[in-house]
Design a protein around this ligand. Structure first.
Ligand code: FAD
Ligand code: SF4
Length: 499
């Protein structure tokens, strides 16, 4: 195994491998694992640093500053600026994500195939299922153990049960989790089975090289074929990585189209069709302390309204972020802080219909996106259901986070008004985005897609896209396992084409 830290690469360097992968998140790590399993040599180029278990900062600000892109302040531009969060380190977002695992939903797959039947042959459902079975084993995916769930997760079960909504403990990629509630800052004890320590670890055991702290700036072409990438190491050296067989882009649904555009590969709808799952959240106060910081970060979900485009999850994050919900100054604020053990927060993720765009403007990445009126209607409905679940679970008061509507409610009555006549503008809602898709979509028509159903770029030989950029639509569920399954298929297609 070999790790090359780009912070120490001060002069120019040349590397070579059968397969060069850009990005080491779930997509890139899956490609590296599968390609090495098939005997290929691999170099993975990763812009972010390598962070080992035990090195994750305990302060939320330090964690955002060091492990999230743009210090966690990336924002989509539109009628309502909404933050979108992405990890930037070896493992991508995986070391700082909520560890929630969902298999690709069959209904979404069927939608894809109905819209483009060629996808049915190129992405056999049985293969995706078999890959997912194996990956889930490797990642230790299992339902959250009630012993580490903690009050915020167990109360969600109670609220959903009272409303008759289907719910379940979240299936997570953890081993030995002690419910320290810090997944989104990076597990301090290394219990999360993120891809850096699992899939990428397997690839490195089989000889893959990881070049960290080095940004791929350009895909290098030779005679119309992808021949490698040019990366700029943080130490100042330029690293040229030659690919004998394939270049696979796995930088995420935002950065992959950016790299294509910066490389002058703007053919087809590159950067268009940006889709996501904007999420809204609500805080609730309970008479007994619920100590939101205790228990599995995200250990329970409500799935009974998935057919409407809504999925609910218990949330867990640093108290400084929960404190942003507090109002008051001076002694009022002190009292509110002293009361924080009584508050918890749950979220609703929306399978939004809106489509945005990723562009490069004056060298900067710009994502434009605006939820549609139907999507904002789902924000309202999601908040209503969250509030009803909270009251049914015993909350005394809820904080809505909706500008232009009652900030707090002490009974569920007004929640129906929120759904019916709450603010129509997305800007009124406190939302965030963590799942992104579609910006290099896959399809058989080169006018409406960027890669072919076998993940290969429509126009450039030996160039592949493996991440959720290729997904024709969003999923409505947490995507990391589907991304790994699709990227594994991508590696198989790339190596089959090269042989
Ligand atoms: C806070 C948070 C919580 C989440 N919770 C969950 C969850 O519980 N379950 C779930 O399924 N999903 C969750 N997600 C989403 C999930 O983590 C992502 O969908 C997934 O990680 C995307 O995988 P990826 O490989 O496509 O991209 P990423 O994970 O974003 O990885 C891409 C990597 O490529 C690197 N890169 C990009 N461009 C370049 C370049 N030009 N050169 C070199 N390197 C580059 C980036 O630095 C990054 O490390 C969450 C995301 C966040 C941010
Ligand atoms: S909940 Fe805590 S202990 Fe469990 S994996 Fe996440 S950070 Fe680690």
């Amino acid at each position: 195994m070999s790790h090359l830290d780009g912070r120490g690469v001060t002069s120019d360097l040349a590397l070579e491998a059968d397969v060069v992968v850009v990005g080491s998140g779930p997509a890139g790590s899956a490609v590296a694992r599968e390609a090495t399993a098939r005997g290929a040599s691999v170099v993975v180029v990763e812009e972010g640093p390598w962070v080992r278990a035990g090195e994750f900062p305990l302060s939320a600000f330090d964690s955002m500053a060091s492990h999230y892109r743009d210090l966690g302040t990336s924002t989509v531009l539109g009628r309502a600026p909404i933050p979108y969060l992405q990890g930037r380190m070896v493992g991508g977002s995986s070391p700082v994500n909520g560890a929630i695992c969902w298999r690709m939903p069959r209904d979404v797959y069927d939608e894809w195939v109905a819209a483009d039947p060629a996808l049915g042959d190129a992405l056999p459902w049985a293969d995706l299922e078999a890959i997912t079975d194996e990956v889930e084993q490797r990642l230790g995916v299992a339902p959250t153990d009630p012993a580490v769930a903690g009050p915020k997760n167990l109360l969600m079960a109670r609220g959903a049960e009272a409303l008759g909504l289907e719910h379940r403990p979240i299936r997570r990629n953890v081993r030995g989790c002690e419910g320290l509630g810090r997944c989104v800052q990076g597990c301090p004890r290394g219990f999360k089975q993120s891809v850096d320590v699992t899939l990428l670890g397997d690839a490195m055991d089989r000889g893959a090289t990881v070049l960290s702290s080095a940004e791929a700036r350009r895909v290098v072409l030779q005679s119309g074929r992808a021949a490698g990438v040019e990366a700029h190491a943080q130490g100042g050296g330029v690293v040229r990585v030659h690919a004998r067989q394939a270049v696979v882009l796995a930088g995420s649904a935002v950065q992959t189209p950016v790299l294509l555009l910066r490389s002058g590969l703007g053919h087809g709808p590159v950067g268009e069709n940006f889709q996501c799952h904007p999420g809204v959240s609500m805080a609730g106060r309970f008479r007994e302390p619920v100590r939101m910081w205790e228990g599995a970060t995200q250990g329970h979900e409500v799935i009974g309204l998935r057919h409407e485009g809504l999925k609910f999850e218990a949330l867990g994050f640093d108290l400084t972020i929960l404190a942003a919900r507090l109002d008051g100054v001076g002694s009022d604020l002190s009292r509110a802080i002293a009361d924080m053990a009584h508050w918890l927060e749950w979220g609703a993720a929306v399978r939004a219909e809106a489509r945005g765009r990723v562009r490069v403007v004056f060298g900067r990445t710009v994502v434009t996106y605006a939820p549609t009126p139907r999507d904002v209607g789902l924000f309202r409905r999601g908040l209503r259901v969250l509030g009803e679940m909270m009251f049914a679970a015993g909350a005394e008061e809820v904080s809505l986070g909706v500008r232009g509507f009652a900030p707090r409610l002490t009974s569920p009555g007004a929640l129906a008004d929120l759904e019916k006549s709450g603010p129509k503008s997305a800007a009124a809602y406190t939302a965030a985005i963590t799942h992104m898709f579609g910006t290099c979509r896959m399809g058989s028509d080169r006018a409406t897609s960027v890669v072919r159903p076998d993940f290969r770029h429509h126009r450039v030989a030996a160039l592949y896209v493996a991440d959720s950029s290729v997904f024709p639509t969003n999923l409505g569920v947490n995507p990391q396992v589907s991304i790994v399954a699709m990227a594994t298929l991508c590696a198989r297609r790339a190596l089959a084409a090269a042989s």
